[in-house]
Design a protein around this ligand. Structure first.
Ligand SMILES: *[C@@H]1O[C@H](CO)[C@@H](O)[C@H](O)[C@H]1NC(C)=O
Ligand SMILES: *[C@@H]1O[C@H](CO)[C@@H](O)[C@H](O)[C@H]1NC(C)=O
Ligand SMILES: *[C@@H]1O[C@H](CO)[C@@H](O)[C@H](O)[C@H]1NC(C)=O
Ligand SMILES: *[C@@H]1O[C@H](CO)[C@@H](O)[C@H](O)[C@H]1NC(C)=O
Length: 452
């Protein structure tokens, strides 16, 4: 009986399992060199490390993430083909070296060592036309050494990349940062953080006058680069102070970038437009027409934080509530910062019985409660409606208010005045000329009189 039961359960699961149709993923690049000139700046400049480059650690992180993706989406849930199929995967990256290289590393983890072999053609077809070019003798039939697979990555120029760099190219973005940095919530957090800031400055020997929670997070950013890449850390910074500073890190960046629901909604709109349009086209088009199954967005901490906030996984408000010891509204409230290689994945599933479509969302590989419920599944329709409700007119909201240019029409009264003025000037001029003549005449006469 037991065996029959087990077999039927396994059979049921095998035959009647829900079907995974499509996935999309956004991730942060792997660990990088520092970008802020603060702690140990000279060392980083001397070693040419102050440029935010992806480091070997970062390459490894994404390679491992690619292997994780392979296990889940090729082995466990066979969505993608075992050997790279160019029609299945679309990769977008911001036009930044570290995100491009992260995507490359990730895809090597997914498709390592099963790249294509060359066909049986004449040797001459396998080499470029340049004199002296030779076929490599040590790589066998594999097109590239070690059976590597190459994959295309698409980028947009930064200033046109609304989908991934919405916050940086929004002309009103800077105004919002400034407002955020002066808000009551920021003030409340700053007051509470005062002791930590002073302690930090004492240990690091920094002038506390110009120091605030925002400068502190820039130091934390550098420290993360140090820890992940084995660069030296400050000797005098105690573990206790470091941990206190770290507990401000995620909160402060959220306060600066995405403090209000309105900001979250504005900046996430372009990304969600892309996300939903890919899901929609999968559901409406014939499978034969469209073979795409996996869309990748290789991006930054600001993207992961933004999308996590838009999905209510966290918010500046709830993190501030945690920090200030207040009651927390958002029961999810992820308090940690989206560190290197953090990622969000959307899975679009089809229910085997009802044929309804639903989504699951994974943060760092863990299924999350979605759509304001305690459930890990959310009907696609409901999800779409929720996102639609949060949609804003990105273009309009980001517009800078420029005074409309007034057409330079000269009014009639001005022309009249001008003519009157010119006439007066002319009359005066003629009068002066007349006076001069008179004077000369007089002089002539008097001169002649003198002579005589
Ligand atoms: C990206 O890499 C190129 C060289 O491959 C380098 O010249 C360029 O400065 C890098 N860009 C950034 C933003 O670091
Ligand atoms: C910020 O705090 C001040 C003083 O406590 C208060 O008057 C003001 O209304 C607050 N502003 C907001 C937006 O809550
Ligand atoms: C996700 O991963 C990043 C990188 O390791 C980490 O910093 C962050 O705390 C993780 N967040 C969650 C919610 O697991
Ligand atoms: C996020 O939370 C707000 C407020 O509770 C809610 O209106 C919105 O629908 C939620 N959005 C998502 C995507 O769950």
């Amino acid at each position: 009986m037991k065996i029959i039961l087990i077999i039927s359960i396994v059979l049921y699961q095998y035959l009647c399992a829900d079907k995974l149709l499509f996935i999309q993923a956004i991730w942060r690049h792997g660990s990088r060199t520092p970008v802020n000139c603060n702690w140990n700046c000279e060392y980083f400049i001397e070693n040419d490390l102050l440029n935010g480059y992806l480091t070997p650690t970062g390459i490894r992180q994404h390679f491992a993430l690619g292997q994780w993706m392979r296990k889940r989406y090729i082995v466990d849930y066979p969505l993608l083909s075992d050997i790279y199929d160019a029609s299945q995967i679309v990769v977008y990256s911001t036009d930044v070296n570290r995100t491009i290289m992260s995507a490359m590393s990730n895809l090597q983890g997914m498709y390592s060592n099963n790249g294509p072999n060359i066909p049986l053609v004449q040797e001459s077809y396998l080499i470029p036309p340049n004199p002296g070019a030779k076929t490599p003798t040590d790589i066998g039939q594999s097109a590239l050494q070690y059976n590597l697979q190459v994959l295309p990555i698409h980028m947009k120029e930064a200033i046109t990349d609304e989908r991934l760099l919405s916050i940086l190219i929004c002309p009103k973005g800077y105004e919002m940062f400034v407002q955020n940095m002066q808000s009551n919530l920021t003030m409340a957090v700053s007051v509470k953080a005062q002791d930590t800031l002073i302690q930090f400055c004492n240990e690091m020997k920094i002038d506390p006058l110009e120091f605030n929670i925002f400068t502190l997070t820039e130091y934390m950013d550098t420290f993360y680069s140090c820890i992940y890449n084995d660069y030296p850390m400050p000797n005098d910074l105690t573990k206790e102070t470091y941990q206190k500073a770290d507990s401000l890190y995620a909160l402060t960046i959220a306060l600066q970038l995405y403090q209000t629901r309105q900001q979250i909604d504005i900046f996430s709109t372009p990304f969600f437009e892309s996300l939903l349009s890919y899901f929609d086209s999968t559901l409406t088009q014939q499978q034969t027409e469209n073979n795409q199954k996996y869309i990748i967005y290789s991006a930054h901490d600001i993207n992961v934080q933004l999308i996590a906030s838009a999905l209510n996984f966290t918010s500046a408000e709830c993190m501030a509530q945690v920090y200030l010891g207040q009651e927390v509204n958002n029961k999810n409230c992820i308090y940690t910062y989206p560190g290197f290689a953090s990622n969000i994945i959307w899975e679009l599933w089809e229910d085997d019985v009802t044929h309804d479509h639903y989504i699951k969302i994974l943060y760092n590989g863990t299924e999350m409660d979605v759509c304001n419920t305690d459930s890990k599944k959310c009907s696609y329709k409901v999800f779409k409606q929720l996102i639609y409700n949060q949609k804003r007119d990105y273009q309009k909201e980001c517009e800078v208010q420029i005074d409309p240019i007034i057409e330079q029409k000269v009014p009639i009264w001005m022309i009249t005045l001008l003519i009157i003025f010119l006439v007066i000037v002319l009359v005066l001029f003629l009068y002066i000329l007349y006076l001069c003549k008179q004077l000369r005449q007089k002089n002539k006469i008097s001169l002649n009189e003198d002579r005589s």
